[in-house]
Write a protein that binds this ligand. Structure first.
Ligand code: G3P
Ligand code: CA
Length: 259
């Protein structure tokens, strides 16, 4: 089974959930940077979640907000900034002077680092209604290296956006981000070619996981940072758990040898 098929398969064989570093190890390093991703991997993350927006000249880049202001020393919208300007920005100092000079990664840089041995969970923040041509650009990027394609799942809150990704390449894997319990959404997943659900962890119940597994979908709750919450969530047998502190999760459940 390929790495991404294993990551997205319901863990009904009793395997422990995979650990997802949310925006890397973003409790300990500047979110969505290569340093944050490397640290998460060192700490035992099997997968790295990160967010993608697009520059004014059409480059998919890794940053959480539409605006540069919170996580860089720049100002304004990502989609009114060209790649040359964006790459001069400092995306580390806002977090700590130790990370001065950290850049906003391109999508390719992030995939190159993460997919060497791990899984990339790529959240597409907006589709082409906001970023013209972004779906084609992202699909072309991930298709350019077979290893990237075999180790990537695309996630989004908008099922139509994920459907577009599948229409461009039906081998690509997708997961729907949801806030409510998964069982309310399972009926629509097939229609959009979606193979997994990524619910907010707070509303999850053991029954939610059972129902999803019975229908063949894996369940990937986000984002748990307190150890006592993680221990409760583990009892529900999810397929992965994401955290800003992947070291907390590997401290509880150990490291996987699957990545
Ligand atoms: O992994 C899902 C989660 O990242 C969605 O919320 O705001 O952290 O991107 P956000
Ligand atoms: Ca995200």
């Amino acid at each position: 089974m390929s790495a991404i098929d294993l990551f997205l398969s319901p863990a009904t064989d009793g395997r422990r959930p995979f650990i997802v570093g949310h925006r890397g190890a973003s409790g300990l390093a500047p979110e969505n940077t290569l340093s944050s991703f490397s640290l998460a991997i060192e700490m035992g993350a099997d997968a790295i979640e990160f967010d993608v927006h697009q520059t004014s000249d059409g480059h998919p880049v890794v940053i959480h907000d539409e605006l540069l202001d919170r996580t860089t020393d720049g100002k304004g919208m990502v989609n009114s900034t060209d790649i040359k300007t964006l790459r001069k920005l400092d995306a580390g100092s806002w977090f700590s002077s130790k990370f001065r000079g950290e850049k906003v990664p391109t999508l390719e840089e992030a995939l190159e680092l993460v997919c060497r041995n791990n899984i990339a969970v790529v959240e597409i923040k907006h589709g082409s209604e906001f970023y013209e041509g972004i779906e084609e650009r992202i699909v072309n990027a991930v298709e350019s290296e077979s290893r990237w394609k075999e180790r990537t799942v695309f996630i989004a809150f908008n099922p139509s956006l994920l459907q577009k990704i599948s229409e461009l390449d039906n081998e690509l894997k997708t997961g729907l981000l949801i806030v409510d319990p998964p069982e309310e959404y399972l009926e629509i997943l097939d229609d959009f070619g979606i193979t997994s659900v990524f619910p907010r962890w707070e509303k999850m119940k053991a029954e939610s996981v059972h129902i999803a597994h019975r229908k063949g979908y894996s369940v990937h709750p986000w984002v748990v940072d307190r150890e006592e919450d993680a221990r409760k969530l583990l009892e529900l047998r999810p397929d992965s758990i994401s955290s800003n502190y992947p070291n907390m999760l590997s401290g509880i459940i150990g490291r996987s040898d699957a990545s």
